[in-house]
Ligand binder design. Structure first.
Ligand code: FMN
Length: 150
């Protein structure tokens, strides 16, 4: 099983921390969306897609990349995000977009990430220190739990 994690992490590097923890467990590589050659995707059996959540959406580079992927036939995928709210429900729209492409989405992970968007900055932000060690452990556990779906 060859895996890759594609991510974007522009606000505080929150999602990058999660992506790196995941690939450690998967024994895989991670790559920023903007650096990926789409042609390479055919070499992988499992693809992770993750970013922060911006106005309730994944980062535009992830959405654009997924938009540019042609139809696949049951290729496995996981989605993950960090956000101020840390809600897993934020992953739903990307999951749907991937399923429409023909991906089989076998897992979804979310945790809080340090957020200093807009007026939050004046308050010192929310979720300071997140993702923390516990979040990172949860992300690793999530990846290990995927094995039963592979
Ligand atoms: C412009 C902007 C919009 C955001 N919108 C949301 C949002 O709709 N919901 C939420 O929970 N967090 C929101 N956030 C917080 C980010 O999702 C959060 O900080 C995330 O962990 C950033 O990930 P990154 O550091 O990997 O880029 C927003 C942050 C910014 C800067």
């Amino acid at each position: 099983m060859k895996s890759i994690v594609i991510y974007e992490s522009v606000h505080h590097g929150n999602t990058e921390k999660v992506a790196k923890a995941m690939v450690e467990e998967l024994n895989a590589e991670c790559i920023r969306a903007q650096d990926l050659n789409l042609e390479k995707l055919k070499d992988y059996d499992l693809i992770g897609f993750g970013s922060g959540i911006f106005y309730n959406k994944f980062h535009k580079n992830i959405l654009k990349l997924v938009g540019n992927i042609g139809k696949v036939n049951g290729k496995k995928a996981v989605v993950f995000s960090t956000s101020g709210q840390g809600r897993e429900s934020s992953n739903k729209s990307l999951r749907k977009q991937l399923e429409e492409k023909g991906f089989k989405v076998i897992g979804s992970f979310a945790c809080k990430g340090f957020d200093t968007f807009g007026p939050l900055k004046l308050l010192g932000g929310i979720g300071k220190g997140r993702p923390d060690q516990k979040d990172i452990e949860e992300a690793k556990k999530f990846v290990l739990g995927l094995e039963k779906n592979l």
